[in-house]
Design a protein around this ligand. Structure first.
Ligand SMILES: [Zn+2]
Length: 146
């Protein structure tokens, strides 16, 4: 049989992939091509499964990331633009000092002061605590009337 790479007459030839085309080569020329996974297909069967596995792994990783993002965004609620005034008016309506107000929600007087002046925005947990404790709404809901 004739090697299609070097043209030498040899006892046996092996089909290999040389830059996209299949050549039947002698043992000396095997190193110039990539071995075929199956002799039936002229494609590149060796890389296919590896790439698919990689895509599958990437896809799963992205899927998990997306899930995490969705869960992270769920508890976020937008504060009402008047949230600091609402806190002060609620406290005054109940006749509480800033200290007493703070005791009800387990926060320091200075925190209450900063909240009422709008110096700090309450974290989500504190927003919910104030809303629950004083039955007020500090968050704006898109689409709902003001
Ligand atoms: Zn050869």
């Amino acid at each position: 049989m004739i090697c299609e790479m070097c043209g030498r007459d040899t006892e046996s030839v092996t089909p290999v992939n040389v830059e996209g085309s299949v050549l039947r080569v002698c043992n000396a020329c095997l190193k110039f091509g990539r071995p075929l996974g199956s002799p039936a297909g002229p494609g590149a069967p060796r890389q296919g499964p590896d790439r698919e596995a990689l895509h599958e792994r990437l896809g799963k990783a992205q899927g998990r990331g997306l899930e995490r993002d969705l869960f992270a965004e769920l508890p976020e609620r937008e504060l009402d633009p008047d949230w600091s005034r609402t806190i002060r008016q609620t406290r005054e309506r109940l006749g509480l000092t800033q200290e007493q107000f703070g005791q009800r929600i387990n926060e320091k007087t200075s925190v209450v002061h900063k909240l009422e002046s709008g110096a700090i925005a309450p974290p989500d947990a504190l927003v919910r605590k104030i809303e629950r404790t004083f039955k007020v709404r500090l968050t704006a809901r898109p689409g709902s009337p003001p």
